[in-house]
Design a protein around this ligand. Structure first.
Ligand SMILES: Cc1cc2nc3c(=O)[nH]c(=O)nc-3n(C[C@H](O)[C@H](O)[C@H](O)COP(=O)(O)O)c2cc1C
Length: 340
């Protein structure tokens, strides 16, 4: 099965007018999938696509890539980079998509899944799932505005009913979406209950465009299980990628992590953050990331606490070394109190 999984992960997949070579992609995560983290993932390789953090469609046409914390990239990653936007006005979403196309991104993704109150109360993110007419109109308008792939990341909706995402998936395909990334959770649920993978199977059966499954794929067995239970075309990895950014290379390529990978990875994350952001921002972003790194260890909360109480890069490096010098034990599954 291992060989078969690897072969499948390396089977090219057509998305709109483009082809990706690998089927594991990075899920968008605000505060985590910044340019420094993506550089770290790219150093290991093995991924099909990378995602930006969500960007405001309204701000995007005026963003300066050298100043914006989210609309920022390395030129070498652009051809495999998807920019995710949130908004609720079809014309504004289309303007943002035009800018994304003109910069040379692989594609644009429409955020119909974020259930954070600040986003939903502006009628963006998952709030749009309450208004299928508007969300379909957004897909249509963006589709007409650009020729790069248009992807849609969405959730089950606001009620736990499989017919809603299935109906939406069909309508998104009809409106011109090139691919769907589906996270089968209802919107009020911020990752507390398990995602219902059987809904991914139903969405996959309903459309002919590629469907990426998403939600709680934390180990190779989960990965195989999601493929076999749902028939999805690819998988978007979220939190586990923040904890172990080499996971794409480990599952898709020949990458074998050694015993000290977590220490080196943490140090490299800190280094890259300082390459891309000024000191205080780099430290703040590292602290956010470290909670996910900690979650894959027994007593990882001790590590997270130490990192969060450090004041500068030297303090963080000392906390990293102190934790890993003690040869911490890995947890079987990530600690869900930290994996929020
Ligand atoms: C800190 C954090 C930030 C997130 N931000 C976004 C976002 O900006 N856009 C989005 O579509 N999903 C966002 N998500 C959801 C993830 O893309 C993904 O759907 C979710 O984490 C489930 O996948 P996982 O179990 O592999 O982590 C975020 C998740 C986390 C943990």
């Amino acid at each position: 099965m291992n060989l078969k999984l690897k072969q499948y992960l390396n089977t090219p997949l057509q998305i709109g007018n483009r082809i990706i070579k690998k089927r594991l992609i990075l899920a968008p995560m605000s505060g985590l999938t910044h340019v420094a983290f993506r550089e770290l993932v790219a150093e290991y390789g093995g991924h099909g696509l990378l995602y930006t953090e969500m960007c405001s469609a309204k701000n995007l046409p005026h963003e300066n890539r050298h100043v914006s914390p989210v609309f920022r990239w390395r030129d070498t990653e652009l051809s495999g980079l998807v920019c995710q936007i949130f908004g609720s006005d079809p014309a504004i979403m289309a303007d943002a998509a035009r800018r994304i196309e003109s910069e040379g991104f692989f594609g644009v993704d429409l955020n119909f899944g974020c259930s954070v109150a600040a986003i939903c109360k502006r009628n963006c993110g998952a709030a749009l799932l309450k208004d299928p007419e508007l969300s379909v109109k957004i897909v249509q308008t963006v589709r007409q505005a650009v020729s790069i792939p248009v992807l849609v990341k969405f959730r089950t909706g606001w009620e736990d009913r499989s017919d809603m995402p299935v109906d939406l998936a069909r309508r998104f395909e009809d409106a011109g979406a090139d691919s769907l990334i589906f996270h089968p959770r209802v919107a009020p649920d911020r990752r507390s209950r398990p995602p219902k993978w059987k809904y991914i199977a139903l969405v996959k059966q309903a459309v002919s465009i590629p469907v990426f499954g998403n939600g709680e794929v934390f180990c190779k067995a989960d990965c195989e299980k999601m493929f076999s239970e749902t028939g999805c075309d690819g998988i978007a990895l979220g939190r586990i990628a923040a904890a172990m950014p080499w996971i794409f290379a480990q599952w898709s390529d020949e990458f074998m992590p050694d015993a000290d990978i977590c220490r080196r990875n943490a140090r490299q994350m800190l280094f890259l953050l300082h390459q891309h952001f000024e000191g205080k921002t780099a430290i703040r972003k590292f602290k956010k990331m470290s909670v996910y790194m900690a979650a894959v260890f027994k007593y990882g909360h001790v590590f997270a606490k130490k990192i969060c109480s450090a004041n500068d890069a030297a303090g963080i490096e000392a906390a990293i070394d102190e934790f890993f010098d003690a040869s911490p034990k890995r947890a079987g599954r990530p600690n869900m109190n930290l994996f929020r």
